[in-house]
Design a protein around this ligand. Structure first.
Ligand code: FES
Length: 104
């Protein structure tokens, strides 16, 4: 797929308390809005299988809806068990009124 930018959403589809999930190739990616910035993280929880974008926002963290693992949205860092692995982060930018995501 290369390091291409993929047009994935309109910015108003994402709000601070309502992330979305998008699919690029075989990746499920969660898109978050936080304090006027956008972030994109792997959406599948590394613990078992849950889509993190369906979890709960707590400040700068997302809490897994299944067993409560937490991840720091700006960095993808796992901050609470039972997950034990960080999430991959993807570059996201706003261009021409659309959100673009870079996935390799
Ligand atoms: S699936 Fe996310 S904490 Fe278990």
């Amino acid at each position: 797929m290369g390091n291409e930018w993929h047009d994935v959403a309109a910015p108003d589809q994402v709000s601070d308390d309502a992330p979305i999930t998008v699919k690029v190739g075989e990746h499920d990616i969660g898109i978050y809005a936080l304090n006027g910035r956008y972030y994109a993280l792997d959406d599948v929880c590394p613990h078992a299988y849950a889509l993190l974008s369906q979890g709960f926002i707590d400040g700068e963290e997302i809490e897994c809806p299944l067993h409560g693992a937490k991840f720091h949205i700006p960095s993808g860092k796992c901050t609470k068990e039972p997950a034990d692995r960080d999430l991959a982060c993807y570059a996201v930018k706003l261009e021409g009124g659309r959100l673009l995501l870079q996935v390799d």
